[in-house]
Write a protein that binds this ligand. Structure first.
Ligand code: GDP
Ligand code: ZN
Length: 478
């Protein structure tokens, strides 16, 4: 932990750089000298001829317009200053934001002026870290800030916002309080059992069941959280000309959700983005897998096999006009052999495309082709028929049907999930200790363990905060 965390003033360009210049860019400062430092570089433009020569004193939450000068007194930008004075700021320290012109030249010059005037360049995530250290956010909320910044879909952003608003934090707090109350009650009986009324065991069990129920609700969101963060990769495979590209196009077109590209998915395959229950889905069209001697095409085939190998779901596409063919068998055998070899087999959906060419709803060969599919869906890629059913199949297979469609709901991340699992285990042990009428000492051991794990979730006291600041710094920087 930086021992100067409460004495240094940090500054950084908080808006993004590198892309095309935005009209406005923002530099943010936080710390006890933020006002003094900005006072050294900023000169407000006031109508009054006579401006007091005394030190610049901004009013909290009142915007000021003026110019920033470098150490030689040259004006380097026109800016708006937004002062948010302690404790009414994100970090609870004095925070000042300088709205500059958005070009990198302006921003870098103004930033340098601030650094020369006494600020230190902030590390990534350091403002959030200060907010956490100063008790403005607990650890779960701080993690959700990072989640929001990296959200790739509306649903992911909503979940992060719900986490920042503190619903999960207050639930954890409530669990901790309930834990402490039970502990007090039982510990009292450790010492003065004879003088106290007997424990109401039904009531106690009821409390334990309620806590287990709350924990189960939270744990249920962990899977969705993972999917919201990482998204799903769905490979569309099949022989040439069965309609894979058409399916991808039709599917992408029906989707009106805002989904940005997921980083690191640039491969030599065609991609489309859709979102299923808010989960960003990348569709991979593995153009034309088949046995071939042609070198170039062979590389293509291998890449396609690779894609299918790493996909979360594989959609095997065939043409209803031709039914199941020997080539389909060969292709799928090859894909499944690869999946078995790599030790991961993803769910398999059979799409029977071109149903407009062979209008029939009996596909008996599905059961005799020698493969088992999680679902088979008849489609017509040229008019989008069956795509809704395909989405429904994915929702069911990936367990997304437990997610409420509307209403903001936070999700628990991997770290929170692990602590919740340990808390849950402690409660389960407590339950059996009570049921088996074990000595009170055993009960208190489990309760203390549960309490400790709950405390680790939000980094409740200062000692935890310092410990977790190290964790948070590491997490943000990686
Ligand atoms: P791919 O090689 O598997 O990607 O197949 P394409 O998507 O390129 O489709 C091959 C041909 O089949 C194109 O002419 C499509 O218009 C046509 N096609 C695709 N899906 C359907 C369908 O559901 N019904 C009909 N009638 N034609 C389709
Ligand atoms: Zn294609």
């Amino acid at each position: 932990v930086d021992p100067a965390v409460n004495t240094s003033t940090i500054a950084v360009i908080v808006t993004s750089l590198g892309g095309p210049a935005a009209r406005v860019g923002i530099i943010r400062l936080s710390g006890p000298s933020a006002v003094t430092i900005v006072g050294r570089v900023f000169r407000p433009k006031v109508k009054k001829k006579k401006r007091s020569a005394s030190e610049w004193r901004p009013k909290s939450h009142v915007i000021e317009y003026g110019v920033v000068s470098d150490s030689h007194g040259n004006v380097i930008d026109e800016v708006l200053v937004v002062p948010m004075l302690a404790p009414k700021s994100y970090t609870t320290e004095d925070v000042l934001e300088l709205q500059c012109h958005g070009t990198e030249v302006c921003l870098q010059r103004v930033l340098r002026a601030c650094l020369e005037a006494g600020a230190r360049l902030a590390e990534p995530g350091e403002f959030t870290l200060r907010a956490f250290l100063n008790g403005r956010l607990d650890l779960s909320q701080a993690e959700n800030v990072e989640k929001l910044i990296s959200a790739k879909s509306v649903a992911a952003a909503d979940a992060a916002l719900a986490g920042i608003e503190g619903g999960f934090s207050s639930l954890v707090k409530s669990l901790r309080t309930r834990c402490m109350e039970l502990l007090t009650e039982i510990e009292a009986r450790l010492d003065f059992d004879n003088e106290m009324p007997p424990l109401d065991l039904d009531l106690l069990m009821d409390k334990i069941y309620r806590m287990l129920h709350d924990l189960a609700n939270e744990l249920e969101t962990a899977n969705y959280d993972k999917l919201l963060q990482s998204g799903l990769q769905i490979a569309i495979i099949g022989r040439p000309n069965v309609g894979k590209s058409s399916l991808l196009n039709a599917w992408s077109k029906t989707d009106r959700a805002i989904v940005t590209n997921i980083a690191g998915t640039t491969r030599d395959v065609v991609e489309g983005n859709v979102s299923v229950r808010g989960v960003p889905v990348t569709l991979l069209d593995t153009a034309g897998i088949r046995e071939t001697d042609d070198v170039v095409e062979k590389i293509g085939v291998e890449r396609s096999e690779d894609v299918a190998k790493n996909a979360d779901v594989v959609i095997m596409t065939i043409s209803a006009a031709e039914g199941w063919t020997l080539e389909d068998t060969k292709l799928l055998e090859r894909i499944q052999r690869n999946q078995t070899a790599s030790g991961c087999s993803s769910p398999l959906i059979l799409v029977i495309n071109k149903i407009d060419r062979a209008p029939s709803d009996s596909y008996e060969w599905v059961n005799t082709c020698g493969f088992s599919f999680n679902k088979h869906i008849p489609t017509c890629a040229v008019n989008g028929q069956g795509i809704q059913e395909l989405e429904a199949a994915i929702i069911e297979i990936m367990g997304l049907n437990t997610i409420p469609v509307s209403g903001r709901r936070w999700t628990v991340n991997q770290r929170q999930c692990e602590q919740l699992i340990r808390t849950n285990e402690a409660f389960v042990r407590l339950k059996s200790s009570v049921e088996e009428a074990m000595p009170f000492d055993f009960w208190t051991i489990d309760l203390r363990e549960a309490k400790m794990n709950l405390r680790m979730i939000d980094g409740a006291d200062l000692f935890d905060r310092i410990l977790y600041s190290i964790y948070l710094q590491f997490k943000i920087r990686k």
